[in-house]
Design a protein around this ligand. Sequence first.
Ligand code: GDP
Ligand code: MG
Length: 168
Amino acid sequence: MEHILSLLKRRIIKVLFCGDSGVGKTTLIESYKNMQFIPQRTTIGVNFATFTNKGYKVLIIDAAGQPRFFPIIRRMSILKGVDIACLCFDASRPETLEVLMLWKEVIDIWCPQAKLLLVACKCDLVPMDELINMAERAAARLGCIKIYYTSAKELKFDNLFEELIKFR
Ligand SMILES: Nc1nc2c(ncn2[C@@H]2O[C@H](COP(=O)(O)OP(=O)(O)O)[C@@H](O)[C@H]2O)c(=O)[nH]1
Ligand SMILES: [Mg+2]
C-alpha cells in the first residue's frame, strides 16, 4: 500500500507560480491550458490549476501578490511539498522583480527543496536583448536554475510547462 502511494505521489508534481499581482501568472497558465490568449482579471489570493503531461499530473498553485499581505500562503499546508517554484515577473515592469526576493525567503523556509525557475511574462512588450540582461542578473541573485521568456499574448511558453516534469 505504501509503495503504491509513493508511486502515485511521484506522478504528481506540485508547482508554485508566484509573483506580484498583475504580472500575468493566471493568464499564462490559462492561455497554456486553452492554447489561446485569455486575459484574466487580477486574482486576489490563491488559484489552483492542473494539467497532465506524459502521465504526470501537474498541480499548479497560483499565488498572487506580496507574501506579507497573504499570511495564508505562508502556511505550510499550501507550500509544503512544492517541487518547483516559478518566480514570475512582468518583463515590461522591472520593479516586479523586487517582490520575488520576498517570495524566495518564504520558499526557503517552507519548501527549501523546491527548484526555482524565473519566468518573464509579457515578453511581447519589450525588446529581448534588454530583457535577457536584466533577467540573467535577477536569476543569479534569486538562485533560479533557468529562465523562461514567455508571452501569453503570443502563445509563447518557451517550453516551460513541458519542462516542469524534468525538474521534479
Ligand atoms: N501584453 C501582454 N499582456 C498580458 C500578457 N499576459 C497577461 N497580460 C495582461 O496582464 C493582465 C494581468 O494578468 P493576470 O494573469 O491577471 O496577472 P496575475 O495577477 O499575475 O495572475 C491581464 O489581464 C492582461 O491584460 C501577455 O503575455 N502580454
Ligand atoms: Mg492571477
